[in-house]
Ligand binder design. Structure first.
Ligand code: ADP
Ligand code: ZN
Length: 729
């Protein structure tokens, strides 16, 4: 039971303001519980805070101010407070920033907001139009239950003015009701499918785990289309039966709507949704209902991990290998790792689902820390696609063409049979480089060390680092030559142009995140394609993520070598995952699929592993290499990015940090750098990197904190520490 503090007692309050300590206040009139959300005075302002524990009392009591009011919200549970503390320690994030993550619902302290609802009134209108009759019929069918204006107008097919007219006549009653209502109950036994044998066995293990009521993590590895979703929904069902709550994390908002439909089919109602596309009022409703227990299942983005669940019993991380689980701005955390941490704090189960797990999870299963479940075949008649390479050294291609004759023939064969083909190229825009043929100048971003990417659809050049855009110049900005600027290399837009020329009869659809104004528009396009509205789908990595295109039988990868370049620690792993995932789009229904990989190095070990499908062999070889080099997951890394508008300042600080490394050496960690970051300037700020490498099992974070605390950041200097970095830009 959480402590209660009587009026006037000193309490320590954590606020969302960037202070490095808790502040003492007097408990307000009526007292307050530990964990209470409160409003406190800070200087001239009122700020949001949480009662974290007893006050320290190291301040003159007479001068201590009082908590202004306790907000109308369930106090933060002990479990969430310790999760925030431990996550903050792990990621070296100040607690104020952790609390901001946990209070991302505006208007938390406001009185419950109201909305109008409508139910059947007593009076009979003297004149009944068709529209009026429909409204009254809908309300009669509701059997005394009320509807909102929007719901009523939509179901009856009338305008709001019809409803207002009926209210005036007394035939419909208008009432005020709280907006933040509970979500419809989900029924765990509503619509379960008959599971195949291996599915049923996996589901049984998951159910037993949930029923144990103890922490545990399962890696659910199943080939694309094997029914992982069906299986983990059984774990959700068991969680609901135990009257606990479940959270399903998805890597991409565009995937949510398809998932919501599946949840509705399985449990009879839609769950709560939490991501950046959800309105502010709906977010507040979710936040409040999660705390009250009125939301049994939340589907959302990584930040849903910080919601104040009443009793969280299960966290599913779908497509757990996906890089978008790593937050790369603000608080740098990996949602997959934080899910495991949160579950361990609240005795919940974790299911990490993927066809191509991260090496981290593979190694944790290998070491026996996670239970591993495998689904090795596709559900029903569907079979895994055959994978082959196209050796580009033997293909004859005119310049500025990227679809080889072999791939072209394969696409034509699909078109002739009325099947869909996909051309995959992981590059947005029209062309990655714009060069002047007179002087060789490449157009770069004025604020970043990055080339501007031509987006012909927008008719502009765009910097993918900072978002700066400029109209495509007519003359070279360097030598002034006219009509000499040329696009070099392909992006999806240019590939679409080529496809239109090669396959003039085919209907093309381009799927790239920047071509759609909203998640909804993208979702609609995806649904249209799934129904057969396109013959050729051209896409970036957006298409690799879990979408179901039943008519698709061919995937052509334009440049399988693209991800192998560069020195990224995870280049091989990422390429392997991406190629296997995108190939998995083909042949999801009855017709078998083929994936063709265009490559200039078909004997490269990674390409060979992708083609042979020897996943265990690939993981073992990759694991051996990392182990030998002391790299994650067999060693630990932390990245430090220093940035400033002054280049000298960043290097001076970087050099000082490299010299004063005693706190790190004490735990056996080494510092590498400083070196200019691969993208040495972003948004006008110069960037320098240091890399800290340590053996596994050392207490790296306290050492990093002590090391970093030696340096004062003056003026424009900024330091960001990235624990377990995923990207090295
Ligand atoms: P994954 O998540 O592994 O890619 P899904 O769960 O999306 O696989 O399943 C692939 C397809 O097969 C979906 O359309 C799903 O509804 C269907 N499916 C899987 N298992 C069953 C089952 N036991 N009964 C009926 N349909 C199933
Ligand atoms: Zn830029």
């Amino acid at each position: 039971m959480d402590a209660f503090y009587d009026e006037g007692t000193l309490v320590a309050v954590l606020t969302t303001q960037p202070l490095d300590r808790l502040l003492d206040y007097r408990a307000p009139q009526g007292g307050c519980f530990q964990g209470a959300f409160v409003e406190v005075p800070l200087g001239p302002r009122k700020v949001l805070g949480v009662v974290w524990g007893p006050g320290k009392g190291d301040f003159d009591y007479a001068k201590v101010r009082s908590v202004i009011r306790v907000l109308d919200a369930v106090p933060m549970r002990d479990e969430l407070r310790s999760f925030l503390e431990r996550a903050g320690e792990y990621t070296l994030t100040p607690m104020s920033a952790m609390l901001r993550l946990a209070t991302r619902a505006p208007g938390l302290g406001d009185a419950p907001s109201m909305r109008k609802i409508f139910r059947l009134g007593e009076a009979e209108p003297d004149r009944l139009t068709d529209a009026r009759r429909r409204v009254l019929e809908v309300l009669r069918d509701m059997g005394g239950l009320a509807l909102t204006q929007g719901e009523l107008a939509e179901t009856a097919g009338v305008t709001p003015s019809v409803i207002k007219g009926l209210v005036k006549l007394g035939a419909v009653r208008e009432e005020e009701a709280p907006r933040d209502t509970a979500f419809p109950r989900l029924d765990p036994d509503y619509g379960g499918k008959d599971l195949a044998e291996d599915q049923a066995a996996a589901a049984e293990v998951l159910r037993a785990g949930v029923a144990s009521g103890r922490y545990g993590t399962v890696l659910l590895k199943g080939v694309t289309g094997s029914g992982k979703t069906e299986v983990y929904l059984e774990a959700v069902a068991e969680t609901l039966r135990k009257r606990r709550q479940a959270l399903v994390l998805l890597p991409e908002i565009a995937l949510t709507s398809e998932f919501l439909t599946r949840v509705e089919a399985r449990f009879g109602a839609k769950p709560a949704e939490w991501h950046s596309g959800v309105t502010v009022t709906e977010r507040r409703r979710v936040w409040k209902q999660v705390a009250l227990g009125g939301a049994q299942l939340v589907v959302g983005a990584r930040s849903a991990l910080f919601l104040p669940f009443r009793d969280l019993g299960l966290i599913v991380v779908d497509e757990e290998h996906d890089t978008s689980y790593k937050q790369e701005e603000g608080v740098l955390y990996n949602a997959r790792d934080m899910a495991v941490l949160r579950a361990s704090v609240c005795s919940a189960r974790v299911v990490l689902a993927s066809a191509t797990p991260s090496l981290e999870s593979w190694a944790n299963a290998d070491a026996g820390k996670y239970t591993r479940l495998d689904l090795t075949s596709r559900f029903g008649a569907a079979v895994l696609p055959e994978m082959r390479s196209i050796d580009m050294r033997g293909e004859v291609l005119p310049s500025n063409r990227w679809v080889s004759p072999s791939l072209q023939a394969a696409v034509n064969a699909r078109l002739a049979r009325g099947e869909q083909a996909m051309l995959f190229l992981n590059r947005r825009g029209y062309a990655p480089v714009t060069i002047c043929r007179a002087c060789g100048h490449q157009i770069g971003c004025p604020h970043c060390d990055a080339r501007m990417v031509e987006h012909r659809f927008l008719q502009r050049l765009v910097c993918h680092q900072c978002g700066e855009t400029i109209p495509k110049p007519e003359t070279c900005p360097s030598c002034g030559a006219e009509d000499k600027l040329a696009a070099v290399g392909p992006g999806v837009e240019r590939l679409a142009e080529e496809a239109a020329a090669l396959f003039p009869e085919a209907r093309l659809a381009v799927l790239s995140s920047d071509l759609f104004g909203s998640a909804r528009a993208l979702k609609e396009e995806i649904e249209k394609i799934a129904r057969g509205a396109a013959d050729i789908v051209i896409g970036t990595q957006l298409v690799a993520k879990g979408h179901n295109f039943p008519l698709l039988t061919l995937v052509g990868v334009i440049d399988a070598d693209l991800g192998l370049q560069g020195s990224d620690l995870r280049a091989a792993e990422r390429t392997f995952q991406l190629m296997r995932q995108v190939a998995g789009r083909a042949g999801r229904a009855e017709k078998p699929g083929v994936a063709l990989l265009q490559t200039y190095q078909p004997e490269h070990p990674v390409i060979r592993a992708i083609l042979s499908g020897d996943e265990e062999g690939f993981w073992k070889a990759e694991a051996e290499e990392r182990r030998a080099a002391g790299m994650p997951p067999y060693g630990r890394l932390a990245g430090v990015i220093l940035s400033s508008t002054e280049v000298q300042e960043v290097f001076d600080l970087g050099n000082a940090m490299a010299r004063q490394d005693a706190p790190l050496r004490r735990v056996g960690a080494q510092v590498y750098g400083p070196a200019p970051a691969p993208i040495a300037r972003v948004r006008g700020r110069h960037r320098v990197r240091l890399l800290v490498k340590a053996p596994k099992g050392v207490a790296l974070q306290p050492a990093l904190a002590e090391w970093a605390a030696q340096f004062r950041l003056k003026g424009e200097l900024r330091m960001a520490i990235d624990i377990d970095p995923q990207s090295f830009f």
